[in-house]
Design a protein around this ligand. Sequence first.
Ligand SMILES: NC(=O)c1ccc[n+]([C@@H]2O[C@H](COP(=O)([O-])OP(=O)(O)OC[C@H]3O[C@@H](n4cnc5c(N)ncnc54)[C@H](OP(=O)(O)O)[C@@H]3O)[C@@H](O)[C@H]2O)c1
Length: 255
Amino acid sequence: MKTALVTGASGGIGLEIARLFAKDGNNLLLISRSEDKLLNIKQEIEQQYSVTVNYLSLDLSKTESVQIIENYVEHNGLHIEYLVNNAGFGDFGRFVERDVQKYHEMIALNIVTVMELTQRYAQKMLKQGHGQILNVASIAALQPVPLMAVYGATKAFVLSFSEAIRQELRNTGVTVTTLLPGPAATNFFNRAEANNVPLFRFMMSPAKVALDGYKAMLKGKRRAIPGFLNKCLAFVVRVLPGGFVLNMAVKLMDK
Ligand SMILES: NC(=O)c1ccc[n+]([C@@H]2O[C@H](COP(=O)([O-])OP(=O)(O)OC[C@H]3O[C@@H](n4cnc5c(N)ncnc54)[C@H](OP(=O)(O)O)[C@@H]3O)[C@@H](O)[C@H]2O)c1
């Protein structure tokens, strides 16, 4: 049976994506740091659907994590048909005042691990002649984001990288889709210390975001931007002058 490898599956958008895979009869390999949550999710999903849920409790900002996943997949003979690079976090505040160590972890998780997992599993998918990858960026990827400068830049990487390799892989049977959510009601804002930011008042449900991304991935689409407001925002930042967009962004972001 096919297995979907989903990172950041202990809550939020990743958990909802994992549920969609299970509903469609796919086995799961779920990864995040919280072992207790993953165990509960395994029990819940296996009770509800006839699938096997494997999990690994790992800190994906650590370089050795990718090899640990690889060893686990090989050892258990898992057939990874789908890869969802979803784990990620942000940090709100003036760049000069924030903890640089946190930025190192963010870059390791949001960029380096996404790049490495994508390469390893794209290589395997190419060999088997099929496979689908969903990389979770953000609408923050579409313009510079004052007060979340490093986070926005990591997501710009995810978008640029994913669309470039999507093109390299065309006609191979392996597809790469990028999901660009706007604000969604998850733990993201607590971790980022970004509560009460004006831009984040209108939140989508993580289930709806996940469904849009999942459907786009199955169809092999290039991008999914969930929600009408987010699609409008994406259009506006594309057509308005860069300086104006930056001024608007700082107003919408400042508490
Ligand atoms: N919510 C939004 O408004 C929004 C908007 C645009 C894009 N996104 C993106 O959507 C993705 C999912 O975020 P979310 O909103 O669902 O946030 P979330 O509820 O905070 O979920 C983040 C997931 O990533 C896992 N994770 C975090 N750090 C990790 C690490 N070092 N190693 C392994 N797993 C780690 C978390 O699990 P543990 O804590 O158990 O490790 C959790 O499962 C992220 O890439 C985020 O940037 C979110």
